[in-house]
Ligand binder design. Sequence first.
Ligand code: KIV
Length: 270
Amino acid sequence: MSVQSSSVRRNTVPKIAGRKGGDPIVSLTSYHAHTAAIVDEFADFILVGDSLGMVMHGMDSTVGVPLDLMIMHGRAVVRGTQKALIVVDMPFGTYEESPSIAFRNAAKIMKETGCGAIKLEGGARMAETIKFLVERGIPVMAHTGLTPQSSHVLGGFKTQGREEDTWADHIADAHAVTDAGAFAVVLEGMVEPLAAKITKEISIPTIGIGASADCDGQILVLEDMLGMNSWAPKFVRKYCDLGAVIKGAVEQYAADVKDRSFPGEDEVYR
Ligand code: KIV
């Protein structure tokens, strides 16, 4: 059987699953080969999130993201990396209808990108599909709490679990995806004590985003933490202001062009 040609071994689903309660799992989103190559050195897994619809393509929600777009970006991220497990989001409308449709689309993502796992949104309602996929060789990362693909039903991007009488449903969702065979679950936009309680209760790693520092790992949208987006959720810690850096560089470039101080041909290809 042929194996990876590189001497670097890619992280695996069982290794991520085995980090429950251990060393915190580091993860970020990435959508391109170049940023993924940078993130690869530090991340245990990289998510090609359907947030790319909003972040990269200016959509106002993730609902309109097509499967082919996820595959194109997924392929770029796999090409740009060697070490991190690559997880690709299943976009809205490609998995909810039936387990067999979900399998067809998940298999297409895995075959055409070379990724190691897929992620889908939903708790108890997706348990049957998660089980169906896992039994047929597709590793599934689940995603509960604030599920952006359902933002129209949720009434926007709202923190989940503010009323304690809703906790039982969220806890049941986390148990359902665990029992169905998901290897990890993203807890997004969830009040801190609820995310901490779920993390304590379930046997698979929880990956928090706007949830709790007690989760087994954390994920952020790369462009949010780099300060590239004009808007980012309040919980996002910005590690730099790359938007301002890019603006300054473009401004200087424009000034150089106008001043005719741009390097000539003889200086360029040395
Ligand atoms: O699409 C995405 O980037 C995500 C993360 C926010 C978890 O699902």
